[in-house]
Design a protein around this ligand. Sequence first.
Ligand code: FES
Length: 173
Amino acid sequence: MADEEKCKQCHGCKKPARWREDFPVQWEKDEYVTRREMVKFLSLGSLLIAGANLIAAAVPRFQSRGEFPRVRIASSHQIAADGSLLFRYPTDEDPCLLVRNRKGELVGYSQVCTHLSCAIVHRPEENTLFCPCHHGYFSVEEGRPTAGPPTRSLPRIKLEQTGDDIFAVGIGI
Ligand code: FES
């Protein structure tokens, strides 16, 4: 109906209305294109979300298979009784702490506090791992929180020893 609207400036003229010349799109076609674009948008959006979910599901599987690199991190003789050493594992972005506890065993932990991610330090005089940000404490033997705001244990770095060489081989809980 609107398409047949005629020019009203001159009486009886057969030209189409002036606005029709400026906007030549017909309403029916305009709606058709919009609906089609919407379906395209929804389809692509669904595909993107499905792809992101697949990636999110695959990452923990990759880690739980224990596919971590085996990296030499120190020589055993470098770490005295009650001593510690910083290293990075599994990537250069992941700071960790290697500690010889009072039983003489070597234990490795992520250096990232489980409260708000500050760096923990070894305090041999107190036989503890300490987070200076909010005074969080973790046990040297197991990495579990003993005082302050942290409620989760530090991720444990799995270690292996071959001769004098200490290797990081994975991350446990
Ligand atoms: S960040 Fe370690 S106690 Fe808050």
